[in-house]
Design a protein around this ligand. Structure first.
Ligand code: GLA
Length: 405
């Protein structure tokens, strides 16, 4: 195709996309009343709730391997997920991020590049370990790393993923701009294509929280959607993102989750207290727990942090309620997650550089009188407390407790 005919095709596609999004919006306002799309947390949810009844758990290649990911790295991540005990703790998805894409064949079907000689064989290998496997693409012509995107080939790509035996798709909006209508149209198109394959495939939307994706994510079939830009392996990046999630809790629930990006635990850029804050906060947020480190080289501390079952149970609680901030005094924050059994998980977070005592008053978390308090990182019952609980919290650290009236 010449440059100009490619451009014309692009314009036609864009016009078609705008027309179909207008149609969707018209239908939506007939069905739900004016402005309902913007107001409802789960407008017309078409996300399959059986696919991600609790926040997805797994690993993704990007944070550690970026463009160095290959077949060998993915196999060794799968091996380590089992041997480290992560699989036993609930991690299941082994996800290949960007840079696997090769050229399209003469019929337009995508091929993997030389780093992935046989995607079907790789998927079979991951499945043979009792795990599931995911992949990455973009709704535009190019992915964020400049590889082949899915634009105009959505059905073919979905078919290919199903043929390879894939279970999860991260679909990443890499164009510099995009309206809500364009995004809704593009994500709906891929979701329809995935559904058409008949294979259950978790649909992970990645568009950095633009256009308030949480308001429409479920309606385009999103099981999770990114709420922020990219995380980096630094306390201030993680803390900005994590503590910035307050207020989004009403948009999450079984089958559809806010995604504050993948974990950096074990990548080396934060100290132990900071990584403990990262894990605690993501669990209070009912965030997807997608590890982003090299699973084949983990310290005992990293494994303990990623596999503490009492902490993971907070994230995976069947009620699927995302936690939120209940109190703040400058850099000291108290967050709470209501659990299915009526207990409350509370994180006392210290964002300052000195150790500090932080208190939670039971009235702030809807508990009257006395309650039992258990430290989830220490696996230790701390006893019965009346009206309040307080603890000394290290710099950039957390004390995470479960409070049962
Ligand atoms: C974007 C996403 C990242 C990763 C890269 C890959 O930046 O937010 O998580 O997928 O693209 O290119």
């Amino acid at each position: 195709m010449t440059h100009s005919s490619r451009r014309t095709a692009g314009v036609h596609r864009a016009t078609a996309a705008i027309l179909s999004s207008l149609a969707i919006l018209l239908l939506a306002s007939f069905a739900y009343g004016h402005g309902a799309l913007a107001q409802s947390a789960v407008a017309n949810p078409s996300a399959d709730p059986t696919l991600a009844a609790t926040p997805p758990m797994g690993w993704n290649s990007w944070n550690h391997f970026a463009n160095r990911v290959d077949d060998k790295a993915v196999r060794s991540a799968a091996d380590a997920m089992v041997s480290s005990g992560m699989e036993g703790a609930g991690y299941i998805y082994v996800n290949i991020d960007d840079t696997w894409e090769g050229k399209r064949d003469a019929d337009g079907f995508i091929q993997s590049n030389e780093k992935f000689p046989d995607m079907k064989a790789l998927a079979d290998y991951v499945h043979s370990k009792g795990l599931k496997i995911g992949i990455y693409s973009s709704p535009g012509p190019r992915t964020c790393a400049g590889f082949e995107g899915s634009l105009g080939h959505e059905e073919q790509d979905a078919e290919t993923y199903a043929k390879w035996g894939l279970d999860y798709l991260k679909y990443d909006w890499c164009q510099p701009t995009g309206t809500r209508e364009q995004m809704i149209a593009a994500y709906t198109k891929m979701h329809d294509a995935l559904v058409k394959t008949g294979r259950p495939i978790v649909f992970s939307l990645c568009e950095y929280g633009w256009n308030k994706v949480w308001e429409w994510g479920p309606s385009v079939g999103g099981n999770l959607w990114r709420t922020t830009g990219d995380i980096s392996d630094r306390y201030f990046s993680m803390a900005d993102i994590g503590f910035g999630q307050n207020g989004l809790e009403k948009f999450a629930g079984p089958g559809h989750w806010n995604d504050p990006d993948m974990l950096e635990i074990g990548n080396g850029g934060m100290n132990e207290d900071e990584y403990r804050t990262h894990m605690s906060l993501w669990c209070i947020l009912a965030a997807p727990l997608i590890a982003g480190n090299d699973l084949s080289r983990m310290t005992p501390f990293t494994i303990e942090l990623l596999t503490n079952r009492e902490v993971i149970a907070v994230d995976q609680d069947p009620a699927g309620k995302q936690g939120y901030r209940v109190a703040q005094e400058g850099p000291f924050e108290v967050w709470m997650k209501p659990m299915a059994d009526g207990s409350k998980v509370v994180g006392l977070f210290n964002r300052q550089r000195t150790i500090e005592e932080i208190v939670v008053n039971f009235s702030q978390i809807g508990v009257n009188g006395a309650a039992n308090v258990r430290d989830l990182w220490l696996h230790k019952d701390l006893g019965s407390f009346r009206d309040k609980f307080s603890a000394f919290v290290p710099s950039h650290g957390v004390v995470l407790v479960r409070i049962k009236p």
